[in-house]
Ligand binder design. Sequence first.
Ligand code: C2G
Length: 445
Amino acid sequence: MKKVITYGTFDLLHQGHINLLRRARELGDWLIVGVTTDNFDLERGKMNTCDNVMQRIEAVKATGYADQIIIEEYKGQKIDDIQKYGVDIFAIGSDWEGRFDYLKEYCEVVYLPRTEGISSTLLREERPSVQIGIIGTGSIARRFTDEARYVNSLFLTAAYNPDSAQCHTFCEERGLTPAASLDELFSRCTAVYIASPHYTHYEYARRALEAGRHVLCETPFVLHRKEAEQLLETARRRNLVLMLAHKTAYCPAFGHLVSLLKSGEIGEIVEVNASITTLTDETSEKLDSTRYGGSMNENACFPLLPIFKLLGTQWRNINFYSKMKNGVDMYTKAVFLYDNAVASFQVGLGVKTEGNMVISGTRGYVYVPAPWWKTDYFELRFEDQNRNKKFFYPFMGEGLRYEIKEFVSCVLTEGWFFSKLTERELTAMSQVQEQYLEGKNVYRI
Ligand code: C2G
């Protein structure tokens, strides 16, 4: 019996895939089809698939050409499969011509003609999409436009900045339409990305939600609890997505770390400690006391994420220790007391420290090296070192593409309630910021 094997993502299965499968099947008597897992696709840089692995497997099955379906989950698996299943022919589309010649050592390699004029990419472009307008045109907005290219089902349409000269330069560079007012921006989009200075977030988010636009808001969300509650309430009432552009919350490593720890890998969690410091020029807006500058406002939302995810939001008290200069905190250490745990973090714009995270439990601990907030790697460590485990994940580009993808899929599926940051966590972040701004339990050093 002649065995043939082929592989693919088979997203939005189309005639090109069907032709390929038929031709591959005709090469022998038994066709094995390897369908890539979602994670493997992420790892090889394909993060725009629409169908998940189960849907893609079902679609391949429905063609009737596959005698056996397997999943492909790691680089190098093709060699293992060819040997394991006793494969005679490896077949793949001609767009891969030459790229799989290394398999000739193990079996015959056949490049089949690719069907012209149809592709998953074209089909994805025809699907419903989100039109995003950008508010604020600084450096984070630039990074956002770069990263958005990797996510499908969205179009960046226009940008708004009250400084119209800046707005025009940004739009010219990025091929966007400059909007002269917020209303003009709203008329050109179905969702907005807020990338303006902290103190403007609330007002822009409120205006956007009231205009019926979904909102992706840069960190920090808003700095007062009432504001967070009001925005969330409006979003809920109007059935709109309101998401925080918190890149750590959406990156693959962090998500898996939380799930692992929630399933008890290191026992009961007793302490979370994380820090994030960036030495910043004193003239920077980030240190402007009239514009809610300072280390807490700039960076506290990062360590608050693991603390809330792992210990919850029912803390008993928080103490802050701050080194001040020109009316802002250059460095703050915060200590949280919970009923059965403690947490602490250090944030700094004028003091530098190691930017790692350690989560301590009754059976072991987690070490996440700097920069833990955009990690692709962490370790579980135990008393018995033989049990230590290292975990590796993809972290593509600047990492903003993960939050953008999540936002777009929440908007398109009306699935905002599945968002990785809960309403309670968002409100609690603002509550901590507010307590700090009010000076409650803040000690100067
Ligand atoms: N294909 C085709 N005609 C098209 C589109 C795709 O013949 N118009 C073929 C591809 O050449 C490939 C198969 O259909 O052989 C699956 O294509 P994709 O789903 O795009 O998967 P791909 O990224 O090519 O996966 O390990 C994965 C493989 O290396 C290839």
